[in-house]
Design a protein. Structure first.
Ligand code: GLA
Length: 382
């Protein structure tokens, strides 16, 4: 990929650029907890974005996406927002850097990626983090990594219409080879957990349903609004509740009649999920993969029945995993399509994959894709 990117850069701009990269992410457990001030447990993966970049001495950005085979040019003022969705991520990162007092000089770039799009692996966070990191370096801004992650998150909020939490951008800025990150999304305290499933006799595999929900971002924003509504109702009785993750299950019960049933179910899921992350990390520290896996199944149940972000295809893959004795399986990321993440004993890996390859297309008429992932480094200069 690097060679192709540099070759195109040279063809377009006559010189070579500096190479920067960042990664997509997986999340072992802790879904939809980030914007509720709870815990998440992600890691960066060996699939990401690479960009060649060079300052061009103007106040314009010239960008080329190899994957879309499309070029664009834009200025750095708020009114210069480009038309292409992919370019808006780069533009957003420039603007959010400037809003924080950072300098952004005009630059040329060519980039490409190997994070499957719409699979719930945060290709957008990989793109944002690559540019947030690179522009910080190239302009000598000295913005810290926490703020770089927030630049990516604000890009989603202000330029892409998704009111996301901090998990994806944090994972892709702080990702470290061989480690998962337990992040407290309220305080941004984090801890690296060495994670080597192979050594314990397991494999981590993603199964992509290849389903993409058209209205995923509005459904996502709606889930967030339900959580905030439930938290606000609880806060009336318990002023210490700033986020839903601060609430006890009992306190939610007190407002059952005051909030729509839908909001109650969403909140019930989140309160359970925050605790599951802690239990999962404890289990992992004991090398108890079986307990960890069971918690993943519980998360799937909650995401499907309470939070309602699964779909028929993902529920099918989850049931199939259970049938094939997979240790842990659940829908991963925002949901509404995308992947299941599966923790599989090594000797059950082949039969599980064979079952997916046979049974999924027989029911849905198209293949599911299989991705083996390795926990890897996040944003960096190559
Ligand atoms: C998306 C968002 C994240 C997080 C997950 C669900 O990936 O970008 O902030 O909310 O969904 O856990």
């Amino acid at each position: 990929m690097k060679e192709k990117i540099q070759a195109k850069f040279k063809e377009l701009y006559g010189v070579e650029g500096e190479l920067f990269a960042s990664a997509g992410r997986v999340n072992l457990i802790g879904e939809h907890t980030d914007y509720n001030g709870g815990f998440v447990f992600p890691g960066a993966i060996d699939k990401g974005i690479i960009a060649a970049i060079k300052l061009n001495g103007t106040n314009k950005v010239r960008a080329f996406s190899l994957d879309y085979n499309e070029a664009t040019e834009f200025g750095l003022e708020e009114a210069d927002k480009p038309a292409q969705a992919w370019a808006r991520y780069i533009f957003g990162v420039c603007r959010e850097t400037i809003k924080r007092g950072g300098k952004v000089a005009g630059f040329d770039t060519v980039f490409a990626g190997d994070v499957p799009l719409g699979a719930g692996l945060s290709s957008s966070a990989a793109l944002e983090s690559t540019f947030a990191f690179a522009l910080n370096e190239l302009n000598g801004n000295n913005i810290d990594k926490f703020e770089l992650a927030k630049i990516g998150q604000s890009t989603e909020h202000n330029y892409c219409g998704v009111n996301c939490g901090i998990m994806d951008q944090f994972a892709s800025c702080f990702g470290k080879k061989g480690c998962l990150i337990r992040l407290n999304c309220k305080t941004l305290e984090y801890k690296y957990f060495p994670f080597d499933p192979e050594a314990a006799g397991y494999r981590l595999v993603l199964v992509d349903s290849c389903v993409k929900h058209e209205l995923a971002s509005s459904a996502y924003n709606k889930r967030r609004a339900s959580c905030e509504n439930a938290a606000a109702a609880i806060k009336k009785n318990h002023p210490e509740v700033d986020f839903l993750s601060d609430a006890k299950r009992m306190w939610l019960e007190e407002v059952r009649e005051e909030i729509p049933e839908e909001d109650f179910l969403r909140a019930e899921y989140v309160i359970g999920e925050v605790q599951r992350v802690l239990d999962f990390c404890d289990a992992l520290e004991r090398n108890d993969y079986e307990t960890a896996g069971e918690l993943m199944y519980q998360t799937h149940f909650g995401m499907s029945k309470l939070y309602e972000v699964s779909c028929d295809e993902l529920d099918f893959l989850n049931k199939l995993a259970r049938k094939m004795d997979v240790t842990g399986s659940r829908v991963m990321g925002g949901g509404f399509g995308g992947c299941t993440i599966n923790l599989v004993k090594k000797d059950l890996y082949e039969p599980f994959i064979a079952a997916v390859k046979k049974e999924f297309p027989a029911k849905y008429g198209h293949d599911a894709k299989i991705y083996d992932v390795v926990i890897s480094d996040g944003a960096r200069k190559l």
